[in-house]
Each structure stands twice: as C-alpha cells, then as structure tokens.
Write a protein that binds this ligand. Structure first.
Ligand SMILES: Nc1nc2c(c(=O)[nH]1)N[C@H]1C(S)=C(S)[C@@H](COP(=O)(O)O)O[C@H]1N2
Ligand SMILES: [Mo]
Length: 255
C-alpha cells in the first residue's frame, strides 16, 4: 500500500514537472533528443483526448417496440455468393474473425464471441435508404467506441474503413465504406449482431454490420470482415472513401 502511494506521488510529481517544463519551453531541453520525443507524445495524447471529448453526441431519434416495421427490406447484397463467406456461414460464423488494424497501437483479431463480450447498446431506429424507403428496427451490437479503445487509434488516424465480404464488381472489389473517427465514437455507432431480438440474419449483414444512425443506409456496411484505421482515402479503391462514393454518392451522408 505504502509503495503504491509513493509511486502515485512520484508519478503525480513527474507529471507536474513535465507540464512545468512544457510551459517554460526551455531551449536547452528542446535540443536534447528525448525531450522533443516526450513533447510529441504529450501532444499526441492531447490531440486524441481532444478528439474524443469534442465528439458530437447528438442522438438520432429512437423509437418504441410498437414502431418496429412489420417488413424490413434487404438492400444491396442479401447473401454474398463468395465461397469463403458461404463456408463461414455454414459454421454459424464460428471461424469468422474480425481483423482490426492500420493506424492503431494494438492491432487485434476478434471472434464473434469476443465482439459479443464488448460493451453493447440496443436501439430502435429508422433506416433511410437513398433509393426512397425507410424502415424501423431494433439493433443490438458492440459499441464501436469500445473496440477502438481496445486498439487505441494513433493520433494521425482520421477514418475508420470497413471491408466487407460481398464482391461488387468484376475487378473483384468487395463492398467498402468509411466513417470519420469522431462519428465512430458516437454512442449509437455499433457493430450490430442482433436484429429485432434475433441473431443478425444474413440478409441484414451477418455476422456483423455497422449501424451509423445519423447517416444514410449505404454507409452501414454489412458482412464486415476487416476494419482499418487510415489517415486519408488514398488507399481505399477509387479514393472517395466508399463503394458508392466512388460512383458519385456523398461521403458524408447525414440525415
Ligand atoms: N456489404 C454491403 N453493405 C451494404 C450494402 C451492400 O450492398 N453490401 N448496401 C448498403 C445499402 S445501399 C443499404 S440501404 C443498406 C441496406 O441494409 P439492409 O439490407 O439491412 O436493409 O446496407 C448498406 N450496406
Ligand atoms: Mo441504400
């Protein structure tokens, strides 16, 4: 106990000394090799904290059980044909793993069980598709913020990219989408694994699909296989940040 307190005092003292040094902006220190490194990691921390604190928390409207639509359309891909996906589906996705990497401190690979163990959220929301239909359903899933806190985004990371299982064109591109880190930390942004109280059906994106409640349907990637944190859209297919964006749709599809 006493060594714990001593350690805490030491750490608090060290932090105070560091901020004093930062404030005094001592010239001699900045010429050493370790000091600029320390400074940039303090800056990095600050940038990240700022990002998370200033995130916009306005919630999309939530509905009641009575509002749930009797019919919920399946749009775009409703059953990926790829043999690899079909094999995963046959095993109830027990062999499926979500790879999370890119600009993070701790890349990880998660099973569906791991994802179900993350802090979750349940929400009854309305899905709006640009094609002109809307439907209300109940979604349960892991909070994307919880997943991101596990991998710890690097300060340079700006976007979260989702790579899916369904092949969309002859060139072999599977569906892909991206969202800003700020929107990824929104409390209603979840990796859904349940729809209206049942295991997420294939037509709605099994084993997991993104729910991003303040944007249009095409942002909500189904059949997610891989998540990458990036600094720009350059590395993503056509460079506009998403499959439909590369074909002319808006990247920020706010509703
Ligand atoms: N992988 C993948 N995700 C996708 C699509 C798709 O074709 N493939 N279509 C998008 C579009 S346009 C909409 S409206 C929604 C449809 O979701 P739903 O099938 O659950 O209604 O998924 C989006 N996510
Ligand atoms: Mo859509």
């Amino acid at each position: 106990m006493s060594s714990f307190i001593t350690r805490r005092r030491f750490l608090t003292g060290a932090a105070t000394t560091l901020s004093t040094l930062l404030l005094s902006g001592c010239d001699r220190l900045s010429r050493t090799q370790w000091f600029p490194q320390l400074l940039s990691s303090a800056e990095a921390l600050n940038h990240q904290a700022h990002n998370w604190i200033t995130r916009d928390h306005a919630l999309a409207k939530e509905f009641t059980e009575a509002d749930i639509s009797p019919v919920f359309p399946s749009n775009g891909t409703s059953n990926p044909k790829q043999p690899q996906y079909q094999a995963l589906a046959r095993n109830g996705f027990s062999d499926w793993r979500l790879e999370v990497g890119g600009l993070v401190q701790q890349p990880i690979s998660l099973s569906l069980m791991d994802i179900r163990a993350l802090p979750s959220r349940t929400q009854i929301t309305r899905h709006d598709c640009v094609e002109g239909w809307s439907a209300i359903a109940k979604w349960k899933g892991a909070k994307l913020s919880a997943l991101l806190e596990r991998v710890r985004p690097l300060p340079v990371a700006k976007y979260v990219v989702f790579y899916c299982a369904d092949q969309m064109d002859e060139a072999g591109h599977a569906y892909y989408e991206s969202v800003a880190l700020k929107d990824a930390f929104h409390p209603q942004t979840i990796l859904a694994y349940e729809w209206n109280g049942v295991l997420l059906p294939i037509r709605y994106g099994a084993p997991i699909r993104l729910r991003l409640e303040r944007q249009l349907g095409y942002k909500m990637a189904k059949y997610v296989m891989r998540i990458q944190l990036v600094e720009s859209f350059e590395s993503i297919a056509g460079g506009k940040g998403g499959f439909w964006e590369d074909r002319g749709y808006e990247w920020y599809a706010g509703i």
